[in-house]
Design a protein around this ligand. Structure first.
Ligand code: GDP
Length: 304
């Protein structure tokens, strides 16, 4: 799906609310701002981010004395873009861009069910299509289904996979994967991990062990820790981001399932709260349905 199609539900719901907020009004007054605030909160932009946006608009109203509602859309667009700019999310990469080092190790973290495996499959497909060699590592050894699903993606994309028996040590699988990538001269390595949130210390410990074993083979790796979040869960995604960023150094995020939800505003909430770049968004179940996030395109699409 294209970005426009993928964001359709968010666009429809967000804009019907924004237009309701200003219906029958010619100037931006308290009531318009209250309605707009409500529209943003229900689009899952989150309280903190909504307050920030409303504050900015209030300041503009105070400064310009008079603001008509047709100017409001433009200002809203600018404020939303400013929030995305504030986060260092602008340096998203094209799959064709040369990666800074080889093999480039991406550790993929996130709770089960958010679309982690699918995102890994989509990334493998895209990197490979761009001419890069890819290797998958099945370090979620706790669920047989996780290894099976990753194997299916490996077959579907023709990308090799390193795996061990169910229940084996995830750090050992990660170690093997990186070692194999070094030996093969692989460009990009995608390592799946189990995202068990029920115990924070446990999660932290497990991810640290995996990271240490990767670093043992390849000092300086992993080069990216990609957190996958399900955009359709709105504020739950924010809560997961809080827990994972506390447990490990998350360097980038992928937000999935934006096609099935009107809660796309969560992308803003995440950018504002965590200042961690959103690099990819998922807009469907197919291999092609992963987009490199671009803040200008995102805002343009929301407002077009
Ligand atoms: P994991 O447990 O985190 O590895 O999750 P999976 O990758 O198995 O995905 C869980 C479900 O979400 C599957 O049915 C996927 O097809 C679906 N899914 C993943 N990403 C997207 C997306 O961007 N859009 C939609 N609509 N579905 C998705």
């Amino acid at each position: 799906e294209s970005l426009d199609e993928g964001l359709q539900k968010t666009k429809d719901s967000f804009f019907s609310k924004v237009s309701k907020a200003i219906a029958g009004k010619s100037t931006v007054d308290e009531e318009v701002l209250d309605n707009l605030e409500e529209a943003l909160v229900t689009a899952d932009v989150g309280i903190e981010t909504t307050v920030k946006i409303i504050d900015q608009i209030e300041q503009r109203v105070a400064k310009d004395k008079y603001l008509n509602t047709s100017e409001l859309n433009k200002i809203l667009q600018e404020e939303i873009e400013a929030i995305l700019v504030d986060a260092p999310s602008s340096n998203s990469y094209d799959f064709h861009t040369d990666l800074p080092t080889k093999p480039y190790i991406i550790l993929v973290v996130g709770v089960n069910g958010v679309g982690k495996t699918t995102t890994i499959g989509k990334l493998a497909y895209n990197f490979q299509k761009a001419g890069k060699s890819v290797l998958l590592g099945a370090a979620d050894t706790f669920r047989a289904a996780a290894v099976d699903q990753l194997t299916i993606w490996s077959e579907r994309t023709g990308v090799p996979i390193v795996k061990q028996a169910m229940g084996s040590d995830p750090a050992a699988v990660a170690f093997d994967t990186v070692q194999s990538a070094v030996a093969r001269g692989t460009d990009v390595v995608l390592i799946d991990t189990a995202g068990r949130l029920h115990n924070k210390l446990y999660l932290m410990d497990e991810l640290s062990k995996i990271k240490r074993s990767i670093e043992k083979v390849l000092p300086g790796a992993p080069h990216e820790v990609l957190l996958v979040l399900d955009g359709s869960t709105g504020q739950n995604a924010l809560e997961q981001a809080k827990q994972f960023t506390a447990a490990t150094d998350v360097s980038a995020m992928a937000i999935t399932k934006l096609d099935g939800t009107a809660k796309g505003g969560v992308v803003l909430a995440i950018a504002n709260q965590f200042k961690i770049p959103v690099k990819f968004i998922g807009v469907g179940e197919k291999m092609e349905d992963l987009l490199v996030f671009d803040k200008h395109e995102f805002v343009d699409s929301l407002f077009s």
